[in-house]
Design a binder for this molecule. Structure first.
Ligand SMILES: *Cc1c(COP(=O)(O)O)cnc(C)c1O
Length: 375
C-alpha cells in the first residue's frame, strides 16, 4: 500500500531528542527551540519567529495580539482548514468567507474589497498548497481600510511571493509543523511577527501572560503576570525533532520537488487532452511542493478515481469540505457574494501521495494508474 503521507524523518531526530533529555531541559524555550527560531528568522527574513504548539495556536496568538473582539469580522476563504476560522471565532468574531480562484484554490483577491464592512478587522489569506495568494493586492486593500493581515502559511514554509517569504507580509504569519506538513515536530507551529512593537506582547501572551522571556534574557530580575495569556510554547523534545528537519530543509524540499515535477510531467498528457486539471503556479510564486493534486471532472468521477487507486494500493484523498457549509460555519460565519468556485472546485480535487522519501518508481506506478483510469 502506498500511503498518502509518511511523517518526515531525516535520521538525526533521535540523537537531538536524546541531547535534549541529557541537557535536562525538556520544557519549552531551550536550546533547540532557540535554534529553530533562529533558523526560521534567517530563512524568512522575519524579525521574530516563535515556535508554538501548533499552527492553530499560532493563529490564536495572532488573533489575541490583533485584538480581535466579539462582533468583529474577519475575511478568509471558505476552502481552508477549520483552524483558520476557529482562532477568530474563539475571540467572538465572525468569519466572512470569500470565494476562491479556481486556478490556485486561493482566496480571490478581487472579491475581498466587496466583503469589507465597518466591522471588518482582518484579512486571513491562506496559501493553499504552499502557493502564495496575491499579496500585493491583499496588502493594498488592508492598507486602504486599515485592516490587519494574518497569513495562514501553515503549508507555506520555504515558499515565496516575488522573492519574499510567505508569512512575512502581514502583521503575523503562521506556520504548521504537524506531521502532514513538509517539516514536522509531531504537533507544532510557529508565529512570525513583522513589527517590532508586537514582539514583547507576543512573548507575554505565549508565556501565560508573564514577562518570563524578558526575565530569561536578564532584562528584569523577577518575572510576573503582566497581561492575559496562555501556554503556546512547545516542549524541547518536539523542537529537537523539528531541528533535525530544518537542518536538512533544502534536501527535503528538493526531494518533494522532484516528486512534484515527476507527477506534473507524467500527467501533463492527460491535462492537454482535457481529462484532468493540474496545479497552477503563477510565475512570480515559488512553491515548496507541499501538495500535488489533480482535478477530476466532478464529484462522481473523483470518487471513482479514489476507489480505483485504492483497489490498486494507492491512498489518495480529497481535501476541505468548505467551511461555510459546515454546521459551525453556518453558526459563526457567512459567505460574501456568490459561491462560484469554492464548492465546485473542492468537490473535484484529489491529492496524490507526496512525502519525503516517496520513491521514483512509486510515483511512476501512481502516474501509470491514473492514466489507466482515464484510458
Ligand atoms: C495544517 C493546517 C492548519 C493547522 O495546523 P496545526 O499545526 O495542525 O494546528 C491550519 N491551516 C491550514 C491551511 C493547514 O493546512
Amino acid at each position: 500500500m502506498i500511503r498518502f503521507n509518511v511523517p518526515p524523518f531525516t535520521g538525526h531526530e533521535m540523537e537531538y531528542i536524546k541531547q535534549a533529555v541529557e541537557n535536562q531541559k525538556i520544557c519549552g524555550d531551550g536550546e533547540f527551540t532557540a535554534k529553530c527560531n533562529s533558523w526560521l528568522e534567517n530563512k524568512t527574513g522575519s524579525k521574530k519567529a516563535l515556535l508554538t504548539t501548533s499552527c492553530t495556536h499560532a493563529t490564536e496568538l495572532a488573533a489575541i495580539l490583533a485584538d480581535i473582539k466579539p462582533g468583529d469580522e474577519v475575511i478568509m476563504p471558505s476552502y481552508t482548514f477549520v483552524s483558520t476560522a476557529d482562532a477568530f471565532v474563539l475571540r467572538g468574531a465572525s468569519a466572512v468567507f470569500v470565494d476562491i480562484r479556481p486556478d490556485t484554490m486561493n482566496i480571490d483577491e478581487n472579491l475581498i474589497e466587496a466583503a469589507v464592512t465597518e466591522k471588518t478587522k482582518a484579512i486571513v489569506p491562506v496559501h493553499y498548497a504552499g502557493v502564495s495568494c496575491e499579496m500585493d493586492k491583499i496588502m493594498e486593500i488592508a492598507g486602504k481600510y486599515n485592516l490587519k493581515v494574518i497569513e495562514d502559511a501553515a503549508q507555506g514554509i520555504m515558499s515565496t511571493y516575488k522573492g519574499k517569504a510567505l508569512g512575512t507580509f502581514g502583521e503575523f504569519g503562521c506556520f504548521s509543523f504537524h506531521e502532514t506538513k513538509n517539516f514536522s515536530m509531531g504537533e507544532g507551529g510557529a508565529l512570525l511577527i513583522r513589527d517590532e512593537e508586537n514582539i514583547e506582547n507576543a512573548e507575554i501572551v505565549r508565556e501565560k501572560g508573564t514577562n518570563r522571556a524578558k526575565f530569561f534574557r536578564g532584562q528584569i530580575d523577577k518575572y510576573t503576570w503582566v497581561d492575559k495569556g496562555s501556554s503556546y510554547l512547545p516542549s524541547e523534545l518536539n523542537a529537537a525533532y523539528l531541528y533535525a528537519q530544518l537542518e536538512l530543509a533544502d534536501e527535503i524540499t528538493k526531494d518533494r520537488m522532484d516528486t512534484w515535477n515527476h507527477y506534473y510531467k507524467g500527467l501533463e498528457g492527460l491535462k492537454d487532452a482535457g481529462k484532468i486539471e493540474l496545479p497552477f503556479i503563477p510565475s512570480h510564486c515559488e512553491h515548496n511542493a507541499h501538495m500535488f493534486y489533480i482535478k477530476a471532472h466532478d464529484l462522481e468521477e473523483r470518487s471513482k478515481l479514489i476507489s480505483f487507486l485504492k483497489e490498486n494500493d494507492i491512498l489518495s484523498v480529497f481535501h476541505y469540505v468548505p467551511l461555510h457549509s459546515a454546521p459551525a460555519g453556518l453558526k459563526f460565519g457567512r459567505f460574501s457574494g456568490e459561491d462560484k468556485y469554492t464548492t465546485k472546485e473542492s468537490e473535484r480535487l484529489v491529492r496524490l501521495p507526496l512525502y519525503y522519501g516517496l520513491k521514483e518508481e512509486q510515483t511512476e506506478y501512481i502516474i501509470g494508474k491514473v492514466k489507466e483510469f482515464y484510458a
